[in-house]
Design a binder for this molecule. Structure first.
Ligand code: F6R
Ligand code: MG
Ligand code: MG
Length: 372
């Protein structure tokens, strides 16, 4: 059985805020009509301006038919978005024609092929106005840090540790990856994950059983398009319980509200806010948000989702994250409030600096005073 989630921003109302009901319905209708015979089940939702299609099927990962289905649904959605005059219609569909796999074409993909357990609980995360490195810290804490995950000392199989597959997303020529094991290579993992704009957790695997626990969408849109086309807004699938961390151990790190790259014009450091399913975007084209739908899947059939960040506990977190966001915004454009030059998603500043460069002068040194 394969879990696939494919997501794209294909247009939204009132700026980069949220898709229209008509757009969502168009994507739902398209998938609904073509699902019989191809999909076992599906669930369509939005987080900010992104629409995600979660699918269960038996065709494995990177399957052409599955990718084509999602691509065609997003194309149909783009037509609907254009009819309504939505902003950024078709924004993430960077290529004109489908060529076998949506990877490298704009949409984000996270997939894993699994042997379904008797009960198969898993979590589907979707984040908007940020990039794939946003999951680095929560995954490190959940799978490697006993301060967060007591399962690492209480459960024998979890104690055997996990294999992290980490990708260097700056390497545009191909997938540059490294495999590192916990607990013995924890510091090496930390050394890479401290730079979430470059090194991104792509997957996590149980060392006790070899089973895959996590799949993260790692695409970087600006690497594909060569220019700013919106942030990458990553989706992620995480299997939970038994040989994997418990749901609560996976969710706990989101209480930090850690700073991630994104927010306004994809160019700032803003804290990540855990939100309800189907939440839009607001303050400072952000703050970056993450939603989490919990499911059980049985013979490929999905239960209804449980909204993991809807619990009252997260209201306090949201209030604190809002305060953190306003606090760093007081610093405006200076220093850490904005991402480093290389990560800025708009090229305007580079052009401005190139012009100013020519106006710099080096003062001539004053002649030394003659000794009397
Ligand atoms: C889009 C985003 C926004 C836009 C901003 C300007 O995902 O993060 O902050 O970058 O609203 O949008 P444009 O350049 O489309 O006018
Ligand atoms: Mg958008
Ligand atoms: Mg988005």
């Amino acid at each position: 059985m394969t879990l696939s989630v494919i997501k794209a921003d294909i247009g939204s109302i009132g700026g980069h805020v949220a898709p229209s009901q008509h757009l969502l319905q168009t994507v739902r209708d398209y998938i609904g009509k073509r699902a019989p015979g191809l999909l076992l089940d599906h669930y369509i939702s939005h987080t900010g301006d992104d629409i995600a299609i979660l699918m269960t099927h038996t065709h494995g990962v990177d399957d052409e038919q599955i990718h084509q289905l999602a691509w065609d649904a997003f194309r149909a959605g783009t037509d609907a978005a254009r009819q309504e005059g939505l902003y950024g219609a078709g924004q993430d569909l960077l290529k004109d024609s489908f060529s076998g796999n949506v990877k490298g074409m704009g949409p984000a993909v996270a997939e894993m092929e699994i042997d379904e357990r008797t009960s198969e609980p898993f979590l589907f995360f979707a984040a908007d106005k940020t990039d794939p490195g946003a999951y680095n810290l929560p995954l490190y804490l959940a799978f490697a840090d006993v301060m967060n995950t007591p399962g690492l000392i209480l459960s024998p199989n979890i104690s055997r540790g996990y294999k992290f597959v980490i990708m260097d997303v700056n390497n545009t020529a191909g997938d540059r990856v490294i495999e590192l094991n916990t607990p013995e290579e924890m510091y090496d993992i930390a050394a890479l994950l401290r730079d979430p704009e470059r090194f991104v957790v792509e997957s996590v695997w149980s060392r006790a059983t070899g089973e895959q626990a996590v799949a993260v969408a790692t695409s970087r849109l600006h690497n594909i398009a060569g220019k700013y086309t919106g942030k990458d807004d990553p989706v992620m699938l995480v299997r939970v319980q038994m040989n994997f961390p418990a749901t609560g151990e996976i969710l706990a790190p989101y209480a930090i509200g850690h700073f991630v790259g994104g927010g306004m014009r994809g160019s700032h450091q803003v804290p990540l806010m855990p939100v309800h399913l189907n939440t839009g975007i607001s303050y400072f084209d952000g703050p970056p948000i993450v939603s989490c739908a919990g499911f059980c899947v049985h013979n490929g059939s999905l239960t209804e989702p449980v909204d993991n960040f809807a619990h009252p506990f997260w209201d306090t977190v949201r209030n604190r994250v809002a305060k953190k966001a306003m606090e760093i915004r007081r610093q405006g454009f200076v220093g850490t409030a904005m991402l480093p030059m290389f990560e800025l998603e708009y090229t305007g500043i580079a052009e401005k600096l190139a012009v100013l460069e020519k106006r710099f002068v080096v003062r001539e040194a004053k002649p030394a005073l003659a000794k009397v």
